[in-house]
Design a binder for this molecule. Structure first.
Ligand code: UDP
Length: 328
């Protein structure tokens, strides 16, 4: 039988794409998801266990039932703005849930753990290219909670040999190139889907958050990476651990930054339509620029981003937004 991997957040945007990649690589993905933001219909490549990470007994029961060889931990609250308004929620759910999961995994003797961390752990660093060794000074509770989980993993690694790969994501975008999966947040807060909803007339306009940042055109600069490339790195990270190469941190980005205005400009090329835009105030907690110096994953994991050109990411998101499954 095929080795199982417990995928928390397996019904979510990134987790569902990870399940597909794992299935393609010969694993059985077992999605564990409370469906608070995920979608049961997105779990297509293995079983779904509906459960909450805040319920330690439910986590332990899922592990006991399925005996996974590894855990991929995607389930988390992930909105910078929301984390600024309700920091307690982020610390409680993200850290509490991870602690239950890591504890249950260690107790069950699981040896491999792949964790979704974020470039938000770096904070605002004056636009320097961020490497895995850049010191982390998060400026919002989302980034703070993710950095804390990195620390927890290091302690469990030292105490009980839980080998872990930490991936610090930059801005994940796009959709499954075969059109089987895509991004479906409710409410949606991310730039590219909101922009495409505005293009499609599903909302009146895209609000650009701030135009007075210390960046070339005054709007925030982000490094966008295709969700399918991102999850491909996770499979490589799992193999890395199974090959005994030990705990390691990898940034996952394209190594190129685009301003909000540049993203808007690129979308015109994909859709042949104007994006209705209104200028708004800065969103609290946003760093001016977050760009990865993305060489470690390429050099050490042999990662090859294939779809992370901005135009292709927008095109895949646009194709997904035309599907009947796409709901607004
Ligand atoms: N953004 C924007 N308008 C929106 C949503 C996002 O101008 O309606 C900007 C946001 O300030 C940030 C970038 O787009 O600079 C990406 O934001 P997103 O929420 O997609 O990802 P984040 O960088 O917060 O993870």
């Amino acid at each position: 039988t095929m080795a199982k991997v417990l995928v928390t957040g397996g019904a979510g945007y990134i987790g569902s794409h990870a399940c597909k990649a794992l299935a393609r690589a010969g694993f059985t993905p077992v999605a564990f998801d409370n469906l608070s933001t995920g979608w049961a219909e997105a779990v297509k490549y293995g079983p779904l266990v509906v459960g909450d990470l805040m319920d330690r007994a439910a986590v332990a029961a899922a592990i006991a039932e399925h005996q996974p060889v590894a855990v991929m931990h995607f389930a988390a609250l992930s909105l910078v703005g929301e984390s600024m308004k309700d920091p307690g929620l982020y610390w409680r759910v993200n850290v509490g849930g991870a602690l239950n999961l890591i504890g249950a995994a260690a107790e069950a003797g699981i040896r491999y753990f792949v964790f979704s961390s974020t470039c938000a752990t770096y904070g605002d660093q004056d636009g320097v290219m961020l490497t895995e060794d850049t010191p982390q000074y998060p400026i919002n509770a989302y980034g703070g909670s993710k950095r804390a989980i990195e620390d927890i993993l290091r302690d469990f690694g030292a105490a009980c040999g839980l080998e872990h790969v930490i991936f610090r994501y930059f801005n994940v975008a796009g959709a499954d190139p075969e059109g089987e999966l895509g991004e479906q947040h409710r409410p949606e807060t991310h730039l590219i889907p909101l922009m495409l909803d505005a293009v499609a007339g599903r909302r009146p306009a895209l609000t650009v958050f701030g135009d007075d940042y210390p960046t070339p055109d005054g709007t925030c600069v982000r490094d966008y990476v295709h969700v399918s490339d991102l999850v491909a790195a996770h499979v490589l990270g799992l193999r890395w651990l199974m090959d005994g190469k030990g705990s390691r941190v990898f940034n996952l980005g394209s190594g190129r930054g685009f301003s909000v205005r540049e993203v808007i400009g690129e979308s015109r090329a994909v859709t042949n339509r104007e994006v209705p835009v209104v200028q708004g105030a800065r969103r609290p907690g946003d760093a001016a620029a977050l760009v990865s110096a993305s060489t470690r994953a390429i050099e050490e994991l042999g990662w090859q981003p294939r779809h992370s050109a901005l135009r292709e990411m927008i095109a895949h998101a646009w194709a997904w937004a035309q599907k009947p499954e796409y709901r607004r």
